[in-house]
Design a protein around this ligand. Structure first.
Ligand code: G1P
Length: 268
């Protein structure tokens, strides 16, 4: 729920899903996260208060949030890993392909990141993972694929490893929190034992799935922000503030004057 300029992080990923054609959204939450449900619900008291103030644009924006999609919530009672979190939604997903979005990765893209993966799925009919080429020293923060290049930006996934050391990484293509998965992942997840960090890793289940059916990695075109990381969050805030129509100009003037002060301090 941390706000990135003027809306919570999670809203960016919900808007990405909606812009990619997704209508039903399941949010896997945990203890102490009720604010998420309230955010995507109608806020009748707030709407009532806004009615008398002439702030009709704000009123419209508030109403729009609950109209974005059909929301449904599942609570993961213990933080047992990403694989376990996905498994918590099996009874709601049933026997259909579905998308997974990790809320701390915000991707600013002309074609929404998820839509880029959906179009690969529609042509190739296999699991599709969103990837990005990253510096080798960062591989130990991500799931890394063993790719076989098929076309520009598109790879077949032969194998995967969760958070390898730079020396052991099979490539520098990192999974960046966007997946299109078939329901066949569920029985595999049920059998997946805890892996890296003692968690049930989605990566371990995907590795098994890749042995049985074709899996693809699409390099996502767009600007990715790892908002789960302190520096990444700060950079994302600056970038979105600069793009914001009502803040961008004033904020960039502030940044320029601040940068000038920093460089004159450095020269002293
Ligand atoms: C998770 C996944 C990892 C993926 C990453 C993307 O890790 O396990 O494979 O590369 O998200 O953000 P986490 O960041 O939750 O540790």
């Amino acid at each position: 729920m941390l706000p990135l300029v003027d809306k919570p992080l999670i809203q960016y990923t919900v808007e990405e899903a909606v812009a990619s054609g997704i209508e039903d959204i399941i949010i896997i939450t945990g203890r102490g996260k009720r604010a998420i449900e309230d955010h995507f619900d109608r806020s009748l008291e707030l709407e009532e208060n806004l009615k008398g103030t002439g702030k009709s644009q704000v009123l419209h924006q508030i109403r729009q949030i609950s109209n974005l999609a059909n929301f449904c919530y599942v609570r993961q009672s213990e933080a047992l890993g990403l694989g376990h979190a996905v498994l918590c939604a099996q009874h709601l997903i049933g026997n259909e392909p579905f998308a997974v979005i990790l809320g701390d990765e915000v991707i600013d893209a002309t074609v929404p990141a998820l839509a880029q993966l959906i179009s690969v799925y529609q042509k190739r009919h296999g699991a599709v993972l969103g990837v990005q080429d990253i510096p080798r020293q960062d591989v130990s923060r991500y799931g890394i694929v063993t790719p076989k290049r098929l076309a520009n930006g598109l790879h077949r996934v032969k194998n995967m490893v969760e958070k390898p050391s730079p020396a052991d990484a099979p490539s520098t293509l990192a999974v960046i929190g966007r997946y299109i998965l078939p329901p066949e992942i569920f029985p595999i997840l049920r059998k997946t034992a805890p892996g890296k960090n003692g968690e049930i890793q989605l990566t371990d289940a995907l590795k098994e799935l890749a042995k049985k059916s074709p899996m693809f990695a699409q390099e996502i075109k767009g600007h990715r922000h790892d908002a789960g990381d302190k520096l990444g969050f700060l950079i994302a805030t600056v970038e979105f503030a600069l793009k914001n129509p009502s803040l961008g100009t004033d904020f960039s003037e502030y940044l320029v004057s601040r940068a000038n002060m920093i460089s004159s301090d450095r020269r002293k």
